[in-house]
Ligand binder design. Structure first.
Ligand code: NAD
Ligand code: IPM
Ligand code: MN
Length: 351
């Protein structure tokens, strides 16, 4: 029995997770993934009430006892330093060593792209974001805080092991999933440390994946090309910060953050699934957030724990909801969060 931990989190997190679990409930008796669920309380409310973000013991338990973790979003204006989100969200990525951040962007319906006549409609790409180092490592500090010559330093970490494993994963994924093409984005022209990425990308590509076509782009040109001609990309591999930015951009060309799911993985170990979006505090408790990113993230979880038919059904239901305009206002509809979840659950039940 796969064990799933759920952290609904802050803002719209609990609302979108509620819909993802509603859909999982419908799926359970039909496809029998046999998922055993445990709800965990971590988030801003828990932190403000108890002073605890997440304990080291609980973090260990997540790694040892669970197959998957489903997260809503973390971030709350009452915690301006965002320390709970860093401990919980970045904590899971770093401490559980979930080095692959897989962020697909697929156009479900041509009406969803703001690019309109600029695209053939064939947008289907996956970003593999390095998830454990880069500028997110938190190495650095502050000096002379509050003084006119205050200094803050953040160092970017790129290890051979870290860069190699995400590049290798992206190539491997491309081959296993019938893609011919991998693009790497870096800033080696201004940041010499990024030559490590270029060197390893070429070495690994040439020696281990000669069947996959490879190309490199500087991140600025990559961002431009992603808007100008997104169909050219199949698999993108990049560092932590660039991957964060590109994944919001990629979501926008296929309908927005409300539709963007993600997986955080370390093959053979626990995986964590979450929408790419955040807690969107102004939208919280209004029944207006799009739950599709959370539902699709739950679908990615189903595929990972061995229920690919159920995962496919989730994707088909999302597409059907979009085609029939059973969508929230970010996609131009007038459905509420719960109505979208109800409609998708009912579609799966009837299919
Ligand atoms: P955000 O993703 O929460 O919102 C950005 C924009 O996208 C907003 O305009 C919002 O209206 C829209 N949006 C997001 N999710 C949506 C949905 N499901 N349906 C419809 N529209 C949606 O990003 P932000 O405003 O920069 O950050 C808010 C908080 O979330 C911050 O505390 C941030 O640190 C946190 N955050 C958390 C995560 C995470 O937990 N994985 C990711 C990103 C941001
Ligand atoms: C994301 C988020 C996080 C990140 C924040 C909340 C730390 O933006 O998951 O994309 O930057 O990774
Ligand atoms: Mn982000």
């Amino acid at each position: 029995m796969p064990k799933l931990a759920v952290i609904a989190g802050d803002g719209i997190g609990p609302e979108v997770i509620n819909e993802a679990l509603k859909v999982l409930d419908i799926i359970e008796p039909i496809y029998r993934p046999g998922i055993e669920l445990e709800m965990l309380p971590y988030g801003a409310d828990h932190y403000l009430a108890t002073g605890e973000t997440i304990s080291p013991a609980e973090m260990r338990r997540l790694g040892e006892e669970f197959d998957a973790i489903l997260v809503g979003a973390l971030g709350d204006p009452r915690v301006p330093g965002n320390e709970h989100a860093r401990d919980i969200l970045l904590g899971m990525r770093f401490q559980l060593d979930l080095y692959v951040n897989e962020r697909p962007a697929r156009l479900f319906d041509e009406r969803l792209t703001p690019l309109k006549e600029k695209t053939t409609g064939d947008i289907d790409l996956v970003i593999f974001r390095e998830n454990t180092e880069g500028l997110y490592a938190g190495i650095g500090g502050a000096f002379k805080r509050g003084l006119p010559d205050e200094i803050t330093i953040a160092e970017e970490i790129n290890t051979r092991r870290g860069v190699e494993r995400i590049i290798r994963y992206a190539f491997h994924w491309a081959r296993e999933n019938g893609r011919e093409h991998v693009t790497m984005a870096d800033k080696a022209n201004a940041i010499p440390a990024h030559m490590l990425w270029r060197r390893l990308f070429d070495e690994i590509g040439k020696e281990e994946f000669p069947d996959i076509h490879r190309e490199t782009r500087y991140i600025d040109a990559m961002a431009m090309e992603l808007v100008r001609n997104p169909e050219q990309f199949q698999v993108i591999v990049t560092g932590n910060l660039f991957g964060d930015i590109l994944s919001d951009l990629a979501s926008a060309i296929v309908g927005g953050l409300g539709l963007a799911p993600s997986a955080n993985r370390h093959p053979g170990f626990v995986s964590m699934f979450e929408p790419v979006h955040g807690s969107a505090p102004p939208m919280a408790k209004k029944d207006i957030a799009n739950p599709m990113a959370a539902i699709l993230s739950m679908g990615m979880m189903l595929r990972t724990v061995g229920s690919p038919e159920a995962a496919l059904m989730v994707e088909r239901a999302i597409r059907a909801a979009i085609v029939e305009d059973r969508v929230t206002r970010d996609l131009g509809g007038d459905y509420g969060t719960r109505e979208v979840g109800d409609w998708i659950a009912e579609w799966i039940r009837r299919a």
